[in-house]
Design a protein around this ligand. Structure first.
Ligand code: 13P
Length: 251
């Protein structure tokens, strides 16, 4: 049985004092869950978040990284820099980064390799646009993004990648994918991994759903056969709502 992993992606939100308050408030509400809880916070909140989650079951992730260890890359942060301060996870290839900052399947692949080289666990985002969906290309696009993202990784590394299937039309729109649709896309991602790395690997990869995840629909989504949790944007900024999503399997 794969574990469920529920990660918040705060995007460009929250100041250090808000981060500390949020974690202090949510920690007691999620302390008894068997699900993995991760908060991916802005770089400027990382240090405060890492200090505040000590002695809790909450893990901390960043939202991006550069693939080089250091060098003349103004404004960038490397995997090594994240690792030394205690970060465990890093989101790679979010659609907002692909769209606004020209990330490509190639840079996504380089970043994943660098994340592993620095012992960080990558959360890799894939997903189709509305146009691609309407053209019937969803499966083709997400399989291709998955294949190129994972190219050159060992079986052991692939087992430890977390993939987030995030249809772009569902992000920040309030239009959550149906559980059938999301599960079916995630199944095709798993099939693609199986065709390259074998069933033993594909059965272990955690594949989340992201895109307007809310507490009312979390249970339905996460209890399907192939959805192993969620990458949550807007709803992860609210203590009560995010704690309900994490505790979807209680009561
Ligand atoms: P929303 O949950 O706000 O739609 O964002 C999803 C997302 O992009 C998470 O990475």
């Amino acid at each position: 049985m794969r574990r469920k992993v529920i990660a918040g992606n705060w995007k460009m939100n929250m100041l250090p004092d808000e981060t500390i308050k949020f974690i202090d408030e949510i920690a007691p509400l999620v302390k008894d869950t068997k699900n993995e809880v991760i908060l991916c916070v802005p770089y400027t909140d990382l240090f405060y978040a890492l200090l505040t989650v000590q002695n809790t079951n909450i893990k901390i992730g960043a939202q991006n990284m550069h693939w080089e260890e250091n060098g003349a890359y103004t404004g960038e942060v490397s995997g090594k820099m994240l690792k030394v301060i205690g970060v465990e996870y890093v989101i790679i290839g979010h659609s907002e980064r692909r769209q606004y900052y020209a990330e490509t399947d190639e840079t996504v692949n380089k970043k994943i390799k660098s994340a592993f080289a620095n012992e960080l666990k990558p959360i890799v985002c894939v997903g189709e646009t509305l146009e691609q969906r309407e053209e019937g290309k969803t499966e083709e696009i997400i399989k291709q993004q998955t294949r190129l993202a994972l190219e050159g990784l060992s079986n052991e590394q692939v087992k430890n990648v977390i993939i987030a299937y995030e249809p772009i039309w569902a992000i920040g729109t309030g239009k959550t994918a149906t559980s059938e649709d999301a599960n079916s896309s995630i199944k095709s991602i798993r099939k693609e991994i199986e065709s390259i790395y074998g069933k033993e690997v594909s059965e272990q990869v955690i594949i989340q759903y992201g895109g307007s995840v809310k507490s009312e629909i979390a249970k339905e989504l996460f209890e399907t056969s192939d959805i192993d949790g969620g990458l949550v944007g807007g709803a992860s900024l609210k203590v009560e709502e995010f704690s309900k999503i994490v505790n979807y399997d209680k009561n």
